[in-house]
Design a protein around this ligand. Structure first.
Ligand code: NOJ
Length: 593
């Protein structure tokens, strides 16, 4: 072999998490502020695409019940379910018309009760999606509200009387004309909707509305649910004088980012404190905010314990990396820079190093598949890079939110025509670009990487028709690679992405150093390798991740003992103890002391 390294080729180490932990010296000193939700691994399920039990092509709650043992086998602690409430599905459940009932396509309340019971019996907690910045326009409250200016529900929403002229611009994310206001001739007024016109924004200034929401939350807590993920929660508070925001002001105060403006309304933290006082403080629950518009400067206001608001939030800085400015989710042709990636995640680690607690994720229902976006989904590297990204997620100081299907290494479907898309975001944006005479081919090409539908294709259970997801016609196409990439096949293979995920979860669960240990970034300027240590008490783990398709050198300042490799996505590690040559997308976790 060509270089001067004394090569030590090791056969794969099969240390399981348990063995690793018990082989270890005494339990590292208990870190302060231990909380179950800090130690948990959250698994997100998009119910529409998980398992269809009745052949209508749509995943449902009974489908999840059927698969509870699979979910348990992953070793995860918490399931976050995307919205399951009654909805006309303009935005796949993020438009709720009845907060206290189950979407018909998904089943009944009895199915829900059975699901919750089945999870609890298996020691899994259930977190629901709280979508209360807006409801559906088909919610009874909105029907009442729009019916007359004097209706008692009028103030449940934001209305702007047309005699005052056109309201100042606010963005409507899913509208072809981009406007967040819709004119309603019935009462000659505009109503506000930050997403589509089917999702009118609720008025949190109204104490009656707040009480309705808090009562609804108690309804679900009293059933036994364990927490909420809170959809665009920073948007609930607005400046309801609706002043004009100039481009200059947006630039100066909000870095040109509308979501920062929308997420910083007056009264926001009063509402969250009230929610905590009235509801959250009464239950042993966890909460996680979708931190739309939240920056490193504002993050603590949501999650610091003494503020009595929420537990965690997830930011958008990481997942926004690599897109070109001024285009809709178009990747920089050079991809993203690993040095920037490391900077962002290290910065967010430091934000919560003394106070508060972070989250870590690379995929969810609003993001493309993680392996396509952040790894390499070629035949050669899909599995290796999926395992590498999983290693990253499970070794950071933050609660991992892991998206279903990533444990199989599922990748983007990459539709090449708009007709295949189901997502309101892709469909409206296509129309908007078309109306403006924009570059539709560029849009379609970009969507292959960035579209949300990439992560919403059916879960791949086996090699039978429709990947075993449904006996009917799936609501969205199944990724044709399901014949090779599926649970049944991966169960048979000890080295599958699935079994690697399970090992990685175990490793985290059995090593508090991976949860609470201090994080230290090494080689920040290395363009290929993301390396860091985690240290707690007398223990130190070194994590080496090659984010590239080329071999990469890494030099250590102390000796690495290959016998202490706890997990490795290759059978070997090439090292002389002081230097390591990482193979493409190699990931290793090594005990250093
Ligand atoms: C964020 C959700 O995650 C996304 O799926 C949805 O479209 C918007 N909020 C609107 O509710």
């Amino acid at each position: 072999m060509k270089n001067s390294l004394l090569l030590i080729l090791l056969s794969i180490l099969t240390l399981s998490g348990e063995q690793a932990f018990s082989a270890n010296k005494p339990n590292p000193s208990s870190p302060p502020d231990r909380k179950w939700w800090k130690e948990a691994v959250v698994y997100q399920i998009y119910p529409r695409s998980f398992k269809d039990s009745n052949g209508d092509g749509v995943g449902d709650l009974r489908g999840i019940v059927e698969k509870l043992d699979y979910i348990k086998s992953l070793g995860i602690d918490v399931v976050w379910l995307n919205p399951v409430f009654t909805s006309p599905n303009a935005d796949n459940g993020y438009d709720i018309s009845n907060y206290r009932d189950i979407m018909r396509e998904f089943g009944t309340m009895a199915d829900f009760d059975q699901l919750l019971k089945g999870m609890h019996e298996r020691g899994i907690k259930l977190v629901l999606d709280l979508v209360v910045n807006h409801s559906s326009d088909e919610h009874e409250w909105f029907k009442q509200s729009r019916s007359s200016r004097t209706n008692p529900y009028r103030d449940y929403y934001h209305w702007w009387p047309a005699e005052k002229g056109k309201p100042a611009f606010r963005p409507g994310a899913f509208e072809v004309d981009g406007s967040g206001w819709r004119y309603d001739s019935l009462t000659n007024a505009y109503y506000l909707h930050y997403f589509s016109y089917k999702q009118p924004d609720l008025n949190w200034e109204n104490p009656k509305l707040r009480k309705e929401i808090f009562d609804m939350m108690k309804f679900w807590f009293d059933k036994g649910v364990d927490g909420f993920r809170m959809d665009v929660i920073p948007f609930i508070a607005k400046d309801t004088a609706f002043p004009v925001i100039t481009q200059k002001e947006l630039q100066q105060k909000y870095n040109g980012d509308w979501s920062q403006y929308m997420g910083s309304g007056p009264g926001l933290h009063d509402y969250l404190k009230e929610m905590n006082r009235e509801v959250l403080s009464k239950y042993n629950c966890m909460t996680v905010a979708e931190g739309a518009g939240v920056t490193v400067k504002t993050a603590h206001d949501f999650v610091d314990e003494e503020r009595n608001e929420l537990n965690m939030l997830y930011h958008f800085e990481g997942v926004s990396l690599g897109y070109l400015p001024d285009k809709f989710k178009v990747m920089d042709p050079n991809g993203y820079k690993l040095t920037e990636f490391k900077k962002i995640y290290s910065k967010w680690d430091s934000v919560f190093s003394r106070k508060g607690w972070g989250t870590i994720y690379l995929g969810n229902h609003d993001q493309p598949r993680m392996v396509t976006r952040w790894g390499n989904d070629s035949l050669q590297y899909r599995e290796l890079s999926s395992k590498m990204l999983t290693t990253f997620l499970m070794t950071m100081r933050a609660t991992p939110y892991y998206y279903f299907g990533d444990e199989l290494g599922m990748n983007n479907i990459k539709f090449d025509q708009i007709e295949d898309y189901r997502d309101i975001e892709s469909i409206s944006m296509y129309q908007q670009i078309k109306n403006n005479g924009g570059d539709l081919q560029e849009f379609i090409d970009a969507q292959k990487i960035s579209a949300r539908d990439n992560s919403r294709t059916p879960f791949q259970w086996d090699a039978s028709q429709n990947a075993g997801f449904t006996s009917g016609t799936p609501w969205i196409k199944v990724n044709p690679n399901y014949r090779a990439v599926n649970v049944a096949a991966e169960e048979q293979d000890e080295n599958s992405v699935l079994n690697y995920f399970r090992k990685m979860v175990r490793l985290r669960k059995h090593n508090p150093v991976l949860v609470y240990g201090a994080y230290k970034l090494l080689v920040p300027e290395d363009p290929q390798v993301y390396a860091y240590t985690r240290t707690l008490g007398n223990e130190q783990f070194l994590i080496l991740l090659n984010f590239s398709a080329k071999k990469a050198d890494f030099a250590l300042d102390k000796k690495l003992n290959p016998a202490f490799v706890l997990i490795n996505n290759y059978p070997n590690i090439e090292t002389n103890g002081k230097q390591v040559k990482l193979a493409p997308y190699q990931a290793v976790v090594v005990r250093m002391k």
